[in-house]
Design a protein around this ligand. Sequence first.
Ligand SMILES: Nc1ncnc2c1ncn2[C@@H]1O[C@H](COP(=O)(O)OP(=O)(O)O)[C@@H](O)[C@H]1O
Ligand SMILES: [Mg+2]
Length: 260
Amino acid sequence: MTHQIEAEAPAAQRNAMAPLIAAHEVRKSYQVDRGQVEILHGVSLSVHEQEMVAVMGPSGSGKSTLLYCLAGLEAPTQGTIALAGMPLDRLSRADLAKMRRSQVGFVFQSYNLIPTLTATENVALPYTLDKVVPPRELVASTMATVGLTERADARPPSMSGGEQQRVALARVLAQRPEVIFADEPTGALDTRTGELVLAELVRIAHTPGRCVLVVTHDPKVAASCDRILFMRDGLLVRELRESSVETVASTLAGLSSQEA
Ligand SMILES: Nc1ncnc2c1ncn2[C@@H]1O[C@H](COP(=O)(O)OP(=O)(O)O)[C@@H](O)[C@H]1O
Ligand SMILES: [Mg+2]
């Protein structure tokens, strides 16, 4: 490692050249009535800065489980995961929580919006929780980016599913996390808003020091990604690079038909 890179990373023992997301042989089992059932059977992947990567696969293939493990929301049963060069299993509970708040963003459907707070207050919430005064202009411009300016004072119970999802997205964007995980981020959105959100995710993914990993059923979303990983029965089985909507759709159809 060069002297310069060390100088740029003073605080933690992080490796600036490491992938932002690195998973090695990740297995995940859940306890069910009859014992353990393994959902992920050894998944390895890496996502580098300025990359946007899609995960696709039939329903039940383990995409969400993989995302939850990569994001540190679930602990893998075996294998290792590192975010921004830091192995998650070596972080204390408190450090893991801190990392999730500051360096990692989640765009999951209806993810933890507070019903009694306005849209703006929800977007500013991570700052408030960290006892930092929310940057008003950044919060306002982020609300504008996702088309929520006119709904700034609305509260989640009076908002549509798509609007709530945009609040959750704006909250993530206003944090400027290094790593963004998104599970079907455009699934509940109308076409125009979906395109807006997708464009914003692509823009962020291609910013130095950042990346996005997105689970999607939508070949159009996947075709906007730099790489597409295909999952089947708890394993990654194929990878495409910079692909057309048609190629993505036919690859996905091929995977699903093999299932039967
Ligand atoms: N907490 C859990 N306990 C037991 N089984 C689970 C749990 N979460 C997910 N599963 C099972 O894991 C499999 C993969 O689920 P999931 O990761 O949600 O797939 P996908 O997102 O690809 O549709 C499914 O068969 C699901 O029933
Ligand atoms: Mg899922």
